[in-house]
Ligand binder design. Structure first.
Ligand SMILES: [Fe+2]
Ligand SMILES: [Fe+2]
Length: 336
C-alpha cells in the first residue's frame, strides 16, 4: 500500500530529512557541483552508480587477460616492459574504481562476488581473443582509444570519487593508446606479412571497439537518467561519432584501412558516416556467447582462489597492527 502521509514521528523526521536531502542534491547537480559520499543522494542514483563504477572496475580487471597472455611472447625486452606496465596500470584502474564504488556503501567482497557469480557484467570487448602480437596494437589503439573517448567526460561526473579516479585513469589510458598505435605503426611499416597482420588485427577489433559505447541511443533508456544526473555527459552515439572522427585520420597515418565500406566524410554533418554495426553479435557476446566468455570467467575464478593466501595474510597483518596500536595506546594511557 502506498503511504501518503508519515504515520510516526520517526517517519516524519526521515521524510523531512529526505526532502531536504533531495533539495540539496538537486541544487548540487544544477550547479554542476559534486556529490560526495556523505551527501544525501537518491537511492537509484546510488544504485545506478554502484553498478556503473563496479562494472567499470570489473572491465579493467578482466581486461588484463587478453594482453597478459602476450607478456611472455612480446617480441623484445622493451615491448615486454611496456606491455607489463600497461597491464599493471589496468590492475590499478580496477583498484581505484573498486574503492570509488565502495564509498557508495557496497563492500569489495560483495562487488567481487557479483563478478565471480556472473551477476555483474564487464565490457564485452574482453570476450574476444587476442590472436596475434598485432592485436596488442589494435587493443591499445582502438580499445583503449574508445575507453578514452568514453572516460574523458567522466572526469566531470557528478559523483566526486568517480570523477577524481577517472582523471588519473585517463592519463594512463592515453599512454596505452599511444603504445598500441606505435606497435601498429611499426608493423604497418615492416614487412608485407607484418602489415597484413596489423590490418587483420584492426579488422577484428574495429566493430567491437565501436560497440564499446553501448547500444544506439534509441535502445539505451538508462542513458537519459545518467545524463540528467550529470554522470554521463554525452550520449552513446555522440561518443561513438567522436571516436570514429578521431580514428579515421589516425588509420590513414598508420597506412591501414578501417573495415567499413560505408565510412565516408559527410560534408553536411561535418562528421564521418559509418556503417551499421552487428548488434545481434553484441547482444550474444553480452549474454555469454562470445568466443572467450567462459575462459575469462574461469581464469578470474582461478586467480581469485589462488590469491586467497594473500587476502588471509593481509587480514592477519591488519589484525596484528590493530592489536599493537591498541596496546601502544593503553601503554601511553597507563604511562600518563
Ligand atoms: Fe584502464
Ligand atoms: Fe588501458
Amino acid at each position: 500500500m502506498a503511504q501518503t502521509s508519515p504515520s510516526t514521528p520517526l517517519d516524519a523526521a526521515s521524510s523531512a530529512e529526505d526532502a531536504a536531502g533531495q533539495e540539496n542534491f538537486d541544487r548540487l547537480i544544477a550547479e554542476d557541483s559534486r556529490i560526495e559520499p556523505r551527501d544525501w543522494m537518491p537511492a537509484d542514483y546510488r544504485k545506478s552508480l554502484t553498478r556503473q563504477i563496479s562494472q567499470h572496475a570489473h572491465s579493467e580487471i578482466i581486461g588484463m587477460q587478453p594482453e597478459a597472455n602476450w607478456i611472455t611472447r612480446a617480441p623484445s625486452l622493451k615491448r615486454k616492459a611496456i606491455l607489463m606496465a600497461k597491464v599493471q596500470d589496468e590492475a590499478g584502474h580496477g583498484l581505484y574504481l573498486y574503492s570509488a564504488a565502495e564509498t557508495l556503501g557496497t563492500g569489495r567482497d560483495e562487488l567481487n562476488d557479483q563478478l565471480l557469480t556472473g551477476r555483474a557484467k564487464y565490457s564485452s570487448i574482453f570476450n574476444y581473443p587476442a590472436r596475434t602480437w598485432a592485436d596488442m596494437g589494435a587493443i591499445g589503439w582502438l580499445v583503449d582509444g574508445a575507453a578514452i573517448c568514453n572516460q574523458v567526460p567522466l572526469c566531470r561526473a557528478s559523483y566526486g570519487p568517480y570523477g577524481r579516479a577517472m582523471v588519473r585513469i585517463c592519463k594512463e589510458e592515453s599512454f596505452h593508446q599511444r603504445q598500441g598505435w606505435e606497435i601498429l605503426y611499426s608493423l604497418s611499416h615492416g614487412t608485407a606479412e607484418q602489415k597484413q597482420m596489423a590490418q587483420e588485427a584492426v579488422n577484428r577489433f574495429y566493430g567491437p571497439a565501436l560497440q564499446m559505447f553501448g547500444p544506439p541511443d534509441a535502445d539505451s533508456p538508462n542513458s537519459q537518467k545518467s545524463m540528467a544526473w550529470k554522470v554521463k555527459r554525452f550520449s552513446n552515439d555522440e561518443l561513438r561519432q567522436r571516436f570514429v572522427d578521431m580514428i579515421v585520420p589516425q588509420a590513414e597515418a598508420l597506412g591501414l584501412t578501417l573495415p567499413d565500406p560505408d565510412l565516408k566524410w559527410n560534408e553536411e554533418r561535418g562528421h564521418y558516416d559509418y556503417g551499421e554495426l552487428d548488434w545481434d553479435e553484441f547482444m550474444s557476446v553480452l549474454k555469454g556467447g562470445g568466443p572467450m566468455n567462459v575462459q575469462r570467467m574461469a581464469r578470474r575464478q582461478q586467480a581469485h582462489e589462488e590469491g586467497a593466501w594473500v587476502r588471509e595474510a593481509a587480514a592477519a597483518y591488519a589484525r596484528r597492527q590493530a592489536e599493537e596500536n591498541l596496546l601502544a595506546a593503553d601503554t601511553e594511557l597507563i604511562g600518563a
